[in-house]
Design a protein around this ligand. Structure first.
Ligand code: FES
Length: 163
């Protein structure tokens, strides 16, 4: 028996066939020996499912303060302000609302609203900002970011958002 197999292999070698061709040739005669060798799923390791690149870092500011709650009811009074996340929201002179980034652009200290000056003041090194966030006094050199505010018809829900 071995002789016949060897002779067949030698015969094929003489024909110069590759090993793949040899397999194909053998498959013609012995089907059972070849069924698994040709089924290569080859997933190649590039599974993209669930591959969240995390590139969506631009989460826009958009929240609503409930002015009936203990945390925010003080905003109903002119001159008062609250912090919410990275933002200062103030009821400024004249009774309108202003929302600015709270971190002083000098070294990041939280700014405060001053009704008497109608401005935003940094207690750390004395920078001052207008009610639109513009620098009025150094050492800060860059404006605060201004956000939009919108009070609903009930006067109790104040939305702060990026335009
Ligand atoms: S951190 Fe505000 S003036 Fe320096």
């Amino acid at each position: 028996m071995e002789n016949s197999q060897l002779s067949r292999g030698q015969f094929l070698k003489q024909l110069g066939l590759s090993s793949g061709a040899l397999m194909a040739f053998y498959c013609l005669g012995t089907v059972t020996a070849c069924t698994s060798s040709n089924e290569e799923p080859s997933p190649t390791g590039t599974n993209n499912s669930g591959n969240n690149t995390g590139g969506n870092t631009s989460t826009k500011v958009d929240f609503t303060l409930d002015l009936t709650t203990a945390d925010f009811s003080k905003l109903k009074t002119e001159g008062n302000y609250v912090y919410k996340d990275k933002i200062i929201v103030a009821n400024i002179k004249g009774g309108t609302f202003v929302a600015l980034s709270k971190a002083c652009t000098h070294e990041g200290t939280d700014v405060q609203y001053r009704l008497s000056q109608n401005d935003f003041f940094c207690p750390n090194h004395g920078s001052e900002f207008s009610t639109t966030g513009a620098v009025e006094k150094s050492p800060a050199a860059k404006a605060l970011t201004l956000y939009k505010t919108e009070l609903d018809s009930s006067g109790n829900k104040l939305r702060v958002f990026e335009g």
